[in-house]
Design a protein around this ligand. Structure first.
Ligand code: AMP
Length: 446
């Protein structure tokens, strides 16, 4: 990345950074931010058992919802930049609150976060700005939904309006299944998040993720990525928070990216501005590449997990400067991000039973892992009373590798992941199948 000094001259000092969140995404951000020699200390609130393995990192175990205590603590730490990782605090207005207390915050306010925490609002936003997306209906009663389902030609995709940890989307094969999903949601499966339902026309095509770092006015794009949402090989099984990813995706050529920018990225940023929403943070576009062009499946108001773990090792040490520029509304817009010429891949190890019920507390053993271009970012781990790192979530850790090509990346990833062990450990064997020439679909089913 080339940031000339002219552009950087108004930036404040950059020594101490806070990252809010406790997953693999936050550890990967810390790992990338730490590379910059300006950085003295990174505080993760609360982080997890893997956080303090990263240079300069320290955990702070306070409740971010105790806002008075949070501010008191932050004031003592002389913080130059706060990065908010997850969507829940963003949707509760933590970004606005911290900005009102004079902190530089990377993460949108409550208005911008609505792009993620209300699917119906996001659909109306896209409709208003002519941004390509699947046709939709917003419904608030079973009867209303039933009428639409019965009059539609094919089964529709059913989505709870609010945040549901990636579990609020149903892709039914029959109209009857549609109605069952609607019943489940309206009966309260997702609480208030299911008071409104969005029904969507089902569209087809490969999915890709595009990320724009925004400062409220300008933006810079990060490398693209492709994740794997289904639990099992061959894209079978239930949707999860993400089982692995790779970056960049060769599916998005330079020309196709130009098209995405023209019909999706810039219209979205312009519409935010038109609505007077000053969006300072990352805008994640979950896209489907359909026969009639790219369409938005969803917006997220934060980095995707595991895409973040996959992309961060490709960033150079100036990445944190970009985050600071976004937080301060000082992007120039022509910053060139100089990313590694390698490609990156990530495989997630999960607890047995995830994304449904699973047990935690199993010790994690890690053998000798390659030392070069290989990272382990803890996602759901904690320290036991005896100081042993144990499992503490559905997604336990992310193993990430970089190499010259994807065949080498995934050979390395799968060779290394075999050196990690905990009871019930599960992972997909076919992450990156789209870009591996040595893999043919179906060959590696578990
Ligand atoms: P979302 O949480 O909205 O990203 O949806 C989760 C997943 O459901 C997406 O990654 C897609 O695989 C799938 N999906 C969502 N909306 C649609 C749609 N309209 N047509 C086809 N698949 C969809």
């Amino acid at each position: 990345m080339t940031i000339n000094s002219k552009n950087s001259k108004n930036l404040n000092k950059l020594k101490n950074v806070v990252i809010i969140g406790n997953g693999g995404r936050e550890n990967a951000l810390a790992w990338a931010i730490e590379k910059n020699t300006l950085i003295k200390k990174i505080f993760l609130i609360p982080g997890n058992a893997g956080s303090e393995r990263i240079n300069k990192c320290q955990r702070i175990l306070i409740d971010i919802n105790e806002r008075k205590t949070l501010i008191q603590k932050l004031d003592l730490l002389e913080i130059d930049l706060i990065v908010i990782g997850p969507e829940i605090p963003l949707s509760k207005g933590l970004g606005d609150f911290l900005r009102a207390n004079n902190f530089n915050v990377f993460g949108p306010g409550i208005e911008g976060a609505r792009l993620e925490y209300s699917k119906s609002w996001a659909k109306e936003f896209m409709q208003g700005a002519n941004i390509p997306s699947a046709n939709f209906w917003k419904v608030t009663s079973f009867e209303e939904a039933e009428e639409i389902i019965n009059s539609s030609e094919n089964p529709l995709v059913v989505k709870a309006d609010g945040l549901a940890s990636g579990k609020g989307v149903f892709i039914p094969e029959t109209k009857n299944e549609c109605l069952q999903a609607i019943k489940l949601i309206f009966e309260g499966k997702f609480g208030n998040a299911g008071k409104i339902i969005v029904l969507e026309e089902r569209i087809q095509g490969p999915e890709v993720s595009v990320f724009a770092l925004c400062d409220g006015d300008k933006y810079v794009l990060l490398p693209t990525a492709q994740d794997h949402k289904r639990l099992n090989d061959n894209d079978q099984g239930p949707n999860t928070g993400g089982m692995g990813a790779y970056s960049p995706t060769p599916l998005i050529t330079k020309d196709y990216l130009k098209k995405i920018i023209k019909v999706i990225v810039e219209p979205t940023i312009n519409e935010l501005k038109r609505k007077k929403i000053e969006y300072r943070g990352v805008l994640y576009f979950g896209l489907m590449i359909t026969a009639s062009g790219p369409k938005v499946i969803e917006y997220n108001c934060r980095f995707g997990d595991p895409e973040c773990q996959t992309i961060m090792p490709l960033m150079d040490k100036e990445f944190v400067v970009l985050l600071q520029k976004c937080a301060m509304g000082q992007l120039v817009g022509d910053e060139k991000i100089e990313v590694s010429n390698k490609v990156s891949g990530c495989v997630i190890a999960t607890s047995k039973g995830y994304p449904m019920d699973y047990k935690t507390g199993y010790p994690i053993k890690i053998g000798e892992i390659d030392s070069k271009d290989t990272q382990i970012f803890d996602s759901g781990t904690r320290l036991s009373k005896d100081g042993v790192v144990v499992t503490d979530g559905g997604r336990v850790l992310s193993l990430v590798c970089q190499e010259q090509d994807f065949d080498k990346v995934f050979e390395k990833a799968y060779r290394n992941i075999k050196k990690i062990n905990f009871e019930g450990m599960f992972y997909r064997n076919d992450i990156g199948y789209q870009v591996r020439t040595n893999y043919s679909k179906g060959e590696l089913s578990q």
